[in-house]
Design a protein around this ligand. Structure first.
Ligand code: T3D
Length: 260
């Protein structure tokens, strides 16, 4: 049986591929366990400075595998499964102090849509689509969808998406604010790789601080957020990359950031 997650790292970019193409990369406990481990591995590898997540075949991820989710033999309840396997993976993505590009190459449904939206920059192929499939089978959105969606698309759209479970084409998802850019399908992989490679050459420590500040902003008052920014700037302004960035500007050349 092939591995449910493929992991390769080169030139500062870790590429994580959801790999059950016959079932649109539907999530089994084995897949989400391996995915969480891959996220952790990318986070702790100092040579990795950007992460790219995509799906094998014609789908990104069809959410929980309904063969295993619906099985009466399953050992864990839904809540246990989410708490022990999905949450570390989603939180691992959000808390990783490195940028994550999710390249949505086909349908992203249910928890697969949550994984897509947990990326820092979401790209999509023209034929990709987004589907809050949960209510269609009598479930509620999980793996972060009720947190990500209102923030990305606003409350009215989040409610309609969750309640109606309509399949939203990539371009409409971009217009709603879920997706940064949409590319012709045949260009998506190269564009996503180029973007991840570009991010891997940027000031990684500042990126980590930017992610942390944006993560905190939803729950912070303006004074608290200003304080957090000042503290983050204290750290960023002491990095080698800041010194290099200023020198490069003054010398009218491109900076060579080392991620330190
Ligand atoms: O307890 C818990 O686990 C709680 C956690 C829940 C988290 C969740 O994510 S709940 C939501 C689960 N996902 C869904 O309900 C989506 C189900 N899939 C679909 O609605 C459709 O497949 C899609 C809209 C995603 C794509 O449609 P389409 O027409 O492009 O493809 P298809 O023909 O339906 O699917 C292709 C194959 O993948 C097909 O297999 P076959 O007939 O070729 O042998 C289909 O059965 C399989 N597949 C698709 N989604 C799943 C799946 N197999 C298992 N689980 C799936 N989720």
């Amino acid at each position: 049986m092939s591995e449910p997650i493929l992991y390769e790292a080169a030139d500062g970019v870790a590429r994580i591929t959801l790999n059950r193409p016959d079932v649109l990369n539907a999530i089994t406990p084995e897949l989400i366990t391996a995915y969480g481990a891959a996220i952790e591995r990318a986070g702790s590898d100092e040579t990795v400075r950007a992460v790219l997540v995509t799906g094998a075949g014609r789908g990104f991820c069809a959410g929980a595998d309904l063969n295993s989710s619906g099985s009466p033999n399953r050992k864990m309840s839904s809540g246990e499964l989410l708490r022990t396997l999905y949450h570390p993976a989603i939180l691992g993505m959000r808390n990783m102090p490195k940028p994550i590009v999710t390249a949505v190459n086909g349908v992203a449904a249910g928890a697969g849509m949550s994984i897509a939206l947990a990326g820092d920059i979401v790209l999509a192929g023209q034929s990709a689509s987004f589907l809050q499939a949960f209510s269609k089978i009598g479930l509620v959105p999980d793996a972060g969808s009720t947190w990500f969606l209102p923030r990305l698309v606003g409350d009215a759209r989040a409610r309609a998406l969750a309640l109606l479970a309509d399949r939203i084409p990539a371009e409409e998802a971009r217009q709603m604010g879920m997706v940064w850019k949409v590319y012709p399908d045949e260009q998506l992989a190269a564009e996503a790789q180029a973007l991840a490679a570009r991010l891997a050459k940027m000031p990684t420590r500042a990126y980590g601080l930017i992610k942390a500040a944006l993560n905190a902003s939803g729950g912070n008052s303006l004074p608290d957020q200003l304080e957090l920014e000042a503290g983050s700037q204290d750290i960023a302004s002491k990095t080698e990359d800041f010194r290099e960035g200023v020198q490069a500007f003054l010398q009218k050349r491109q900076p060579e950031f080392k991620g330190r």
